[in-house]
Design a protein around this ligand. Structure first.
Ligand code: AMP
Length: 226
C-alpha cells in the first residue's frame, strides 16, 4: 500500500499516519520530521530549510523531492509507504508519480483530513512533540502520561516554534494557496477519500482504518478506492 495523508497542518495526519505505519509495517515518510532532524543536526539540508520552516513557508520543491527520493531508497522490506506532509505542491505530486512509476508502482489512496480552521488552530496551539522520536501529543486531548517526557521513548517534549499563532496563520495561508489544489489533482485521478477530521483521535482512527481497508480491497480488485 502506498498512501498519502493530505490536509491542513494540525488536522491530525501525523498522529494517524504514525499509528497506521506501525500497525501495517509501512515506511513512514514525514518530510517535516526529516527537516526538523536535519535542522537540529545542522546538516546542509537543515541550514537550507531553517528559514523556510521557521516562517511557515514551503521549502523549495527540488530540495524536498531529492529528500523524498533518498527516503524511498530505504523502503526495501517495508510493506508500503505512508506519506505525511508530502506532497505539498503539484510539482511534488508529479515528481512522486514519476519516481513510483520507475518501479511500476503508484499511489493507492489519498486520505484527505478535512478539519475546520477552528479545530486546527486549537490542535496546533496545544501540540507537543518529542525531540527524540517525533511522536506528537496534545496537552488536553492526548497528553503524554509522563509529561513533560514522551510516553514512547522518554524524550523531551517541546512546542514547535512554528506552532505559535503568527506562524500558524502563515502556514494555513500557504496550505490554502499552494497545497489545497492537490485535492483536485488526486480527486481527478479517483484516489481521494475524505475523512472527517474534526472528530476525536479514536473516531478518526476508525474512519482511517475503514478507508485503508477499502483501498486495499480496491487494489486487490484492480479498482480505484471509493
Ligand atoms: P510539517 O511538520 O509537515 O508541518 O512541516 C513543517 C514545515 O516543514 C513546513 O511548514 C514547511 O516549511 C516544511 N515542509 C515540510 N514538508 C514540506 C514539503 N513537502 N514541501 C515543502 N516544505 C515542507
Amino acid at each position: 500500500m502506498r498512501l498519502i495523508f493530505l490536509g491542513p497542518p494540525g488536522a491530525g495526519k501525523g498522529t494517524q499516519a504514525m499509528g497506521q505505519a506501525q500497525a501495517h509495517g509501512l515506511l513512514y515518510v514525514a518530510t517535516g520530521d526529516e527537516l526538523r532532524k536535519a535542522i537540529a543536526a545542522g546538516t546542509p539540508l537543515g541550514q537550507e530549510a531553517k528559514a523556510y520552516t521557521e516562517t511557515g513557508r514551503l521549502v523549495p520543491d527540488g530540495v524536498i523531492i531529492a529528500l523524498v527520493k533518498e527516503l524511498l531508497a530505504q523502503a526495501e522490506g517495508a510493506k508500503g509507504v505512508v506519506f505525511d506532509g508530502f506532497p505539498r505542491t503539484e510539482p511534488q505530486a508529479v515528481a512522486l508519480d514519476e519516481v513510483l512509476s520507475e518501479s511500476a508502482a503508484r499511489i493507492d489512496a489519498v486520505l484527505y483530513f478535512d478539519a475546520t480552521p477552528e479545530a486546527v488552530i486549537e490542535r496546533l496551539s496545544g501540540r507537543r512533540v518529542c525531540r527524540e522520536c517525533g511522536a506528537t501529543f496534545h496537552v488536553a486531548h492526548n497528553p503524554s502520561k509522563r509529561h513533560p517526557q514522551c510516553d514512547r521513548c522518554g524524550g523531551e517534549l517541546y512546542q514547535r516554534g512554528d506552532d505559535l499563532p503568527e506562524t500558524v496563520k502563515n502556514r494555513l495561508r500557504v496550505y490554502a494557496e499552494q497545497t489545497a489544489s492537490l485535492l483536485d489533482y488526486y480527486r481527478s485521478r479517483g484516489l481521494l477519500v475524505r475523512v472527517d477530521a474534526d472528530r476525536s483521535i479514536s473516531e478518526v482512527r476508525t474512519a482511517v482504518e475503514a478507508a485503508i481497508a477499502n483501498a486495499a480491497k480496491a487494489v486487490g480488485k484492480g479498482q480505484k478506492p471509493s
